[in-house]
Structures are given as structure tokens and as C-alpha cells.
Design a protein around this ligand. Structure first.
Ligand code: PLP
Length: 463
């Protein structure tokens, strides 16, 4: 399709944006010369900017969100109809789409049973942290308040969720942080810690969590919060043996397992949820981005009935329930969109497609390794893919962030939007991140690989 930029006063929009909008994760100085990019249209896998340029979006809205693709009139229609019928009432009461969506969601999450609605991934994680903290006070005399998080994982942008994030450049300049969040080591096999037992790295890495628990005191730790596959931290899948050991450790020390599915949830890795690849039984699961594919703001904190019960049967009925609210958790647009979003994933067999296209994409990217020594490793699951770039395969010395930025810039100039680790770790912002919509076709993947091939060749030739 083509987009007619004359349909609206594009110059006005760009000028107003440049003069008044404060963009996310953006250094604004360059906008003074180039003007900000304004996205005006989306359809399927593609978006158009105000200058009429077309892009294949290989990161689903830049931040792995638009799982079912752009221009879904069936979601927009459902949201419109719901808003006309009943747009908002606080979640202190129920509403029709929230009840329907909760049932549909829980059907895909054996072992889980309760859905708490809010508006963003950060907020869903904050709710989970509050649940854990309140349980510590209700059940453990205020002792089990500590929450463990993993190096390289990210859980959000608020002060508490940043306190629980293992990405130092993200945290830099925003301290002081919230107490009682404690870091455990990462489990990236490609960057295995010096003293790791390489032959059983998964179990070794999980045992590092136990070491932290023992050092802190198991009776002080309420929960372990992990991404099923570290996403923005460089697309890191835990090695074999890791998850069963993690589960064992949580059980042994009476620690709740909180899985952050904000990126992996709703089909991104080829199953409804990332943890379902590994036979994990979480106590709390949080999700956001792909829940409604960006058609409405919605996030969920999902718990087992056992967690929920702790808030129901309480000796203190006045103070013992979960005294939390999210105003817009009562907006019906979110669950109305989420319900249709799930129907689309089912009807169009998008889990299967994510698995299939992901394997094809990783296969084609791995083939590029013989041509481009810059590619250190291609990894991921389903349509969540990472390409770690190195100066030298033997030493694994990471490339500079500028190299990855140059590759992304080259792809963009050729009409393909890719992602990358972005001011996350000092000296390790060297991974290209891909998360195209679950509707991706072989042709889309070929276009993406061709753009990357060209960009890596060009950037290498200038090094
Ligand atoms: N958790 C993970 C794993 C994420 O990647 C993100 C955002 O990228 C968040 C939480 C925070 O979500 P939000 O930006 O919706 O607050």
C-alpha cells in the first residue's frame, strides 16, 4: 500500500511535535536539525512516517508490542462498541470484557487463577511487588520483604521496578533506589562467568541464586522475579537445567516465583507464555505489551488461587485485603481489545507461525555468520531474536554501541526498523534485538535478513 502524505498537514504535525513533545528514550538535540520521526500509518507489518517513507517494522512498534500487527479493524471495532456501551467504572466493580477476558486468559495458564488489571508492565510488576511485601507482613511478621532480581533483566521504569532491574545504564542517575531488592547473577551462556562450570552451566547458574539466598538469609526473601527469556537485556534464554533447579530452590526456601512475561507473553516465543517452554509453575505472572498489541493500555498481574487466598482469609478484614487500585485498570477498552487479540492469535494460528518464522529467521541469520565475523551469536525463541556482535569471535570482545547504532541506522535508511540493547549496560550494548509481529511471513523475514546483511557489510567495511 502507499500512504498519501498530503492527507494531513504533515509539516504542522512535525513542527508541533518538535516544539512540544518530550519523546521517550530520546536525546532531542538532533531533532532540531532533522525534525522528529512521526509515524502516521500502520498496516500489517508495516508503518509509514510523515514524509511518506515505508518501513518493515521488525520490533512490533519499536518495543515488541504489536504482536498481531497494525490496522486490526476487528480490535478497533470491539473497543469502540465497548466504549459506547460502558467505558469506565473502577475495578472495585466488575465489567463484562474484564470477566470474559480473564476466563479466556486463565484457560491458557493452567495453575493460575486470578487477574489483577492495571495499565503498564511497570505497574503490573509494582502490583506483584506489593503483593509480595504484603504477604511478608501478613504471614512472616514483616521478615520476607526482599525480592531477588537478575542481572540483565528489566522490570520497568518506575523507581521500584528500576530498583529491581539489572541494567545499570538504565538506572544511572535515578537513584537512590528502593531497599530490599537484591541482585542475582545472569545466566547468559555466551557470557558465562569466569568460574562457571561450562558443562552444566544451567544448574550452576541457578545455584548462584541459592548462594545469594543463603547469604541474605532465606527467611528475609519473599520472591524471585525473572524474565522467562531476558528480552531487552540481550535476548538470553536460560540454558538447560536452569529452570527445574530454580523451581526447586524456590520451593525449598519458601520463595514465590514471579515471572515477568511483559515481553514474552501472548505468543511472542511460540507459546502463550515464555515460562510454558520450561515446565515452570509460577506463583505470579505479569504481562503487558502484547496483551492487547498496543490497541489499548492494559497489563495484568496474574496469581495462583493460593496467593489470592492469602488476601481473602485474613485475621484482619479491615486492613488485610490487597489495598491497591489502578484507576485506569477499570477502563474497559483494555480487556475488550485483549479478548479480540487472543481470538486473533488462536484463529490465525499465530503461535505456530511465530515458532515457524522464528526458526526460519534464526536459520537465515546463522547462515550470515560465515560471511560476517562481526556476528558472535544468533539466539532466541519464536519471534524473539538476538544477534550479539563482537570485534573478535575468539575473545568475544563486544563491538561499541556506535557500531550497532550504525547498523540500525543503515537498516532504517533501507526501510527496515530493528531494535538493539539501548544504554543498558556499560560496554555491552552490542546486541541487535528483533521481535517482528507474529503475522510475519517468509518474505518479511527475507527482507529483514537482506537489510541486516547489507547493513553489517557496510558498517564492517568502514571499521
Ligand atoms: N518488564 C519487561 C520484561 C519489559 O521489557 C518492560 C518494558 O520494556 C517492562 C517490564 C515495563 O513495561 P512498561 O514499559 O509497559 O512499563
Amino acid at each position: 500500500m502507499t500512504y498519501d502524505v498530503n492527507d494531513f498537514d504533515s509539516l504542522d504535525v512535525v513542527n508541533n511535535d518538535r516544539d512540544h513533545v518530550w519523546h521517550h528514550l530520546a536525546q532531542h538535540k538532533p531533532f532540531e536539525k532533522t525534525g522528529p520521526m512521526v509515524i502516521v500509518k500502520g498496516e500489517g507489518m508495516r508503518v509509514w512516517d510523515s514524509k511518506g517513507n515505508e518501513y518493515l517494522d521488525a520490533v512490533s512498534g519499536a518495543v515488541w508490542t504489536v504482536n498481531v500487527g497494525y490496522g486490526r479493524t476487528e480490535i478497533a471495532d470491539a473497543v469502540r462498541d465497548q466504549l459506547v456501551e460502558m467505558n469506565y467504572f473502577a475495578q472495585t466493580a466488575g465489567n463484562v470484557p474484564a470477566a470474559k477476558f480473564s476466563k479466556k486468559l486463565i484457560d491458557k495458564m493452567p495453575g493460575m487463577n486470578r487477574v489483577y488489571f492495571s495499565n503498564s508492565g511497570s505497574e503490573a510488576n509494582e502490583k506483584a511487588f506489593k503483593i509480595v511485601r504484603q504477604i511478608a507482613h501478613k504471614k512472616y511478621g514483616g521478615k520476607k520483604t526482599k525480592i531477588l532480581y537478575r542481572d540483565r533483566d528489566y522490570h520497568g521504569t518506575t523507581i521500584a521496578t528500576l530498583s529491581a532491574s539489572g541494567q545499570y545504564e538504565r538506572r544511572n542517575q535515578y537513584g537512590p533506589f528502593v531497599p530490599d531488592f537484591v541482585e542475582v547473577p545472569h545466566c547468559c551462556e555466551y557470557r558465562a562467568q569466569e568460574d562457571a562450570d561450562k558443562s552444566a552451566y544451567g544448574v550452576w547458574a541457578a545455584n548462584q541464586i541459592e548462594k545469594v539466598i543463603l547469604a541474605e538469609g532465606a527467611d528475609t526473601i519473599g520472591a524471585l522475579c525473572l524474565e522467562p527469556i531476558t528480552a531487552g537485556g540481550g535476548v538470553i534464554e536460560a540454558p538447560a537445567g536452569y529452570w527445574p533447579r530454580v523451581q526447586e530452590i524456590c520451593k525449598q526456601y519458601d520463595i514465590l516465583l514471579h515471572i515477568d512475561e511483559v515481553v514474552c507473553g501472548l505468543g511472542r516465543t511460540g507459546t502463550w507464555f515464555g515460562y510454558q517452554h520450561y515446565g515452570v509453575k509460577p506463583d505470579i505472572v505479569t504481562m503487558a505489551k502484547g496483551v492487547a498489541s498496543g490497541y489499548a493500555a492494559i497489563s495484568c498481574t496474574v496469581t495462583t488461587e493460593a496467593v489470592f487466598e492469602m488476601f481473602k482469609e485474613d485475621e484482619d478484614p479491615r486492613m488485610g485485603y490487597f489495598r491497591d487500585i489502578s484507576t485506569f485498570g477499570g477502563c474497559t477498552a483494555g480487556p475488550a481489545a485483549a479478548l479480540v487479540n487472543m481470538e486473533i492469535i488462536e484463529n490465525e494460528k499465530l503461535l505456530e507461525n511465530a515458532t515457524h518464522q522464528g526458526e526460519y529467521l534464526r536459520g537465515r541469520l546463522s547462515d550470515l555468520m560465515s560471511k560476517h565475523p562481526l556476528i558472535g551469536e544468533v539466539r532466541g525463541k519464536g519471534l524473539l531474536v538476538g544477534i550479539e556482535l563482537v570485534k573478535d569471535r575468539a575473545t568475544k570482545e563486544p563491538v561499541e554501541e556506535e557500531t550497532v547504532m550504525a547498523i540500525a541506522g543503515h537498516c532504517m535508511a533501507n526501510g527496515v526498523i530493528i531494535g538493539r540493547t539501548n544504554r543498558s549496560f556499560k560496554a555491552f550494548n552490542n546486541t541487535i534485538c528483533l521481535a517482528p509481529a507474529l503475522i510475519s511471513t517468509k518474505e518479511d523475514m527475507d527482507q529483514l535478513v537482506a537489510a541486516l546483511d547489507d547493513a553489517i557489510a557496510d558498517v564492517t567495511s568502514k571499521m
